[in-house]
Design a protein around this ligand. Sequence first.
Ligand SMILES: CCCCCCCC/C=C\CCCCCCCC(=O)SCCNC(=O)CCNC(=O)[C@H](O)C(C)(C)COP(=O)(O)OP(=O)(O)OC[C@H]1O[C@@H](n2cnc3c(N)ncnc32)[C@H](O)[C@@H]1OP(=O)(O)O
Ligand SMILES: CCCCCCCCCCCCCC(=O)OC[C@@H](O)COP(=O)(O)O
Length: 276
Amino acid sequence: MDLWWLLWISLLFLVPFILMEISSGFKFHFKLVYYCAMCLLLSALAAPMCLLTNGGRTVNNMRIISRVVRTLKYFFGVRFEVKGLENFQIDGPCVIISNHQSILDMMGLMEILPDRCVQIAKKELMYAGSVGLITYLGGVIYINRKRTSDAKSIMAAVAQAMISDNLKVWIYPEGTRNNSGDLLPFKKGAFHLALQAQVPIIPVVYSSLTSFYNQKKNLFTGGTVKVEILPKIDTSGLTENDITDLTERCHQTMRQVFFRLSNKPYESNGQSNCAQ
Ligand SMILES: CCCCCCCC/C=C\CCCCCCCC(=O)SCCNC(=O)CCNC(=O)[C@H](O)C(C)(C)COP(=O)(O)OP(=O)(O)OC[C@H]1O[C@@H](n2cnc3c(N)ncnc32)[C@H](O)[C@@H]1OP(=O)(O)O
Ligand SMILES: CCCCCCCCCCCCCC(=O)OC[C@@H](O)COP(=O)(O)O
């Protein structure tokens, strides 16, 4: 009787691995679920550490979170080649903007996250189980993308908090994940925030993940991501009238670096890419 049980249980464990061999789609989704499960698990482990160490919601928890998230790359065979870290060596607050390709970006974010840096996230993230809890404890700022007026007032409050609490704020100006192999037009919130707080902008560019992560091709293997932190862009003296130009300038610069890092020929697509 025991032998039969043993056989059935081992067969049960073997099934996913057999399916992964015969179906690339199954393998892709299995690995994605594994990534999400790891995020949920690591969040559940990190939450008590944050509470015991810092007592509650504070940017100081980002030190613990980033240390934990940095271990994720080893489970997924992802390596980061970072250039320009010296550009993060600025005292005081700033707005950091970067391209956003997938939920895997959390590894790239935490790989280089500077001290006292929080992120702007869609409010739905608050409800992602233990990940929602850990983002709350880390001081993440939630916005409702569908209500611009609410988002604007939250960002205005963030501008004050950046100065009073010496915070850096990391924003994904594309406003959504984009694994297309190009950059989406930029939303303007990050640039308004930088002007309102009168702080510099630091663009960060991650190379395309499509060489090892591509939903359309059911591709999810390990790979190298090139990361470049660009020199800061001063906003002192700029006004609201300069927002569109500033947005477009950042978009163009980051797009050129994105194509270079991704070893793709850069074709300026002519029409203005800045947020409509
Ligand atoms: C321990 C292990 C754990 C493992 C798990 C990992 C845990 C890790 C822990 C922690 C890290 C967590 C990290 C999470 C990351 C999540 C990322 C996301 O969720 S990305 C999606 C949300 N982010 C955005 O959407 C930002 C970009 N969007 C903006 O900035 C937009 O501008 C926004 C939302 C503020 C408004 O969006 P609009 O769709 O209305 O677009 P527009 O064209 O930009 O604005 C419309 C008009 O409003 C003006 N406007 C925009 N923002 C303004 C502002 N702040 N003040 C004044 N005017 C503003 C603009 O100038 C424009 O007006 P005119 O067309 O120029 O006349
Ligand atoms: C209880 C449900 C648990 C759900 C599984 C949680 C998986 C956590 C994955 C790590 C956090 C990823 C943060 C992130 O990258 O969110 C996506 C947003 O940037 C943009 O969203 P969208 O592209 O506009 O949908």
